[in-house]
Design a protein around this ligand. Structure first.
Ligand SMILES: Nc1ncnc2c1ncn2[C@@H]1O[C@H](COP(=O)(O)OP(=O)(O)O)[C@@H](O)[C@H]1O
Ligand SMILES: [Mg+2]
Length: 260
């Protein structure tokens, strides 16, 4: 097993008087797909918020690529190669697919949007490279033919795929996806899974929060189960599926969700 890219140790997050995460420790090996699952309110999104710098933990430490990132701002965390997507996508609906791809690459690029608009030759060359990268990204997610379409005119599944592509634009080392398959039909879910696998093949490590258990069981190298802010199990899909405490706390009541 490869070294841990992300190490979360004794993480606690108190929000007001409420304990969103009590004491959670887990790690994500480089090159793996790890899923964080659990019932609503378990603390999954809070964990994402804290790891990616959008919230400060009450206690505990987060290490990424061997260095402490606890309490760093989201932009600093992203610069180091840890990027998350949101439950609602970050797609700009009034822009075309290609414009969205370009903006994502600009945002993550060194030059930035303003510099790219400058008349300097060097920056223009960079602009040409960004365009090429944007087209490559659209080919990769299967949206090349939709490049000139407004994002708002895309099918829902295409919008979600574009959202993942935008988060992946900077080739982060760790991509954290919060419910990427929410609201997708079975064929869109299959496309979403193929896309995530493709990102892993490109060298990205993936931390996934997802309620679609068929997808989680098929995609994950390992699964971390959170319940009421505590980790109740960690292991390979077959172990998790057979774990009595996980079935009691989550999977038992998930039958309807799996079928949905
Ligand atoms: N901003 C917030 N203010 C108050 N309570 C919150 C906030 N964010 C999360 N919580 C609470 O923290 C707990 C964990 O929530 P969350 O991380 O969203 O769970 P999950 O994503 O697993 O459904 C829940 O009890 C939720 O109500
Ligand atoms: Mg959530």
């Amino acid at each position: 097993m490869s070294a841990a890219l992300l190490e979360v140790e004794h993480l606690a997050v108190h929000i007001g008087g409420l304990v969103a995460i009590a004491d959670a420790s887990f790690s994500v090996p480089e090159g793996s797909i790890v899923s964080l699952i659990g019932p609503n309110g378990a603390g999954k999104t809070t964990a994402f918020n804290v790891i990616s710098g959008y919230m400060r933990p009450t206690r505990g430490s987060i290490r990424f690529a061997g260095e402490a990132i606890t309490g760093l701002a989201p932009e600093r965390v992203a610069e180091r190669g840890l990027v998350r997507s949101f439950q609602r996508t970050s797609v700009f609906m009034g822009c075309t697919v290609l414009e969205n791809a370009l903006m994502a690459l600009h945002r993550r690029g060194k030059a930035g949007l303003l510099a790219a608009l400058s008349p300097w030759g060097a920056v223009r060359r960079e602009e040409a490279m960004l365009r090429e990268a944007a087209w490559e990204m659209l080919r990769f997610v299967g949206l090349e033919a939709r490049a000139e379409t407004l994002a708002e005119a895309l099918a829902y599944g295409e919008q979600r795929r574009l959202g993942i592509a935008l988060a992946a634009a900077a080739s982060p080392r760790l991509l954290m996806l919060d419910e990427p398959a929410a609201g997708l039909n079975p064929s869109e879910t299959a496309e979403c899974m193929a896309l995530i696998r493709g990102l892993r093949e490109r060298g990205m490590t993936v931390l996934l929060v997802e309620h679609d258990m068929a997808m989680v069981m098929q995609m994950s190298d390992s699964i971390v189960v959170l319940n009421q802010g505590r980790i109740i199990a960690t292991g390979a899909p077959a172990e998790i599926r057979a774990n009595p405490e996980v079935i009691r706390a989550y999977l038992g009541s998930e039958a309807a969700h799996v079928a949905a």
